[in-house]
Design a protein. Sequence first.
Length: 334
Amino acid sequence: MAFVKLNGQPVSFKASWYHAQNVGLSHNTVTGMSMDQNGFLWVGTIDGLNRFDGKGVKIYRHDATDSTSISNSFIHGILADDDGSLWIGTRDGGINKFDPVTESFQHFKYSEENKNSIPNAPLNLFFKDNTGTYWASVGEESYGVFDSQTGTYQKAEIREVDTGRQVSSPNTVVMFNDGSMIGASFTGLFYVSAEEVKAFREDSQKEIIETEQIDLSSFGALPNLNRLLVDKTGNIWFSGDSEALLKVDKSALSESVNKSIESGTSIELSDKQFIESGDYLIYGAGDLGICAKNILTDNDFCQQIWVNGELFSPTKLYKDPKGGIWAASWGKVL
């Protein structure tokens, strides 16, 4: 894990390093990060949840003998909630709610007896919208609303309104002030109108979310899309497993999508993947290092980062509430 400082124009980077060897991180493969109200950085890995205080970590792993331990040690995502609690998504153990006072975990998992439980599949996305509604994306074909009081999950299929084709559930989303959203998934980018979002949120019997597919045919075959941002000029930036940063110009978008973008963003989860700083878009670009793209000129500046003679290949970025930028890689360091 690297704490990154931005210096000067064009952007340059200075980093401090944290990993299993120097701070005791549970694993060097980081899957997610979130800072809580107390300033603790919570770091998810493929083998445990870590609470980092700037000097060392406290590790939380599944313990089969302790019913209050986290349900699964493979962490998929972390949401720091307004009340101080944490929501933890896992690969094989559903959703966990962590109480920082008792340091115990409440589990919301798949149950054969409850058809409205979380599906038995990896949790890809969990977030809270500006109405206080929790959304969950589970596996490749399930997206819906999670009731934090009852632990029930109202799931739906996502389908294109014109063709009826099923769309994969999102890996990340951007929500707008008018209530609409854009999602990025295995099958591309899709737009859900504010009316459709509201109808699904309010109708517990609704089982289909209708979407408008955003045309990406000019880009050819695309891998799994998992990063998404709408910049201050109204253009959409996205990328997938290839790490190439691609742009959909607002002139190529429908009137309804542009109208939503003009309303402004309310939720932008890809603050944990892309970071907008002035006229630059900061992103992790694998072996190219950390890159800054000028959104006005499309020019890139990239800086490779080396750790003890090894190339650090950042794949995830997170901007904490204090303005700090954290970078993580697969199997190296944080």
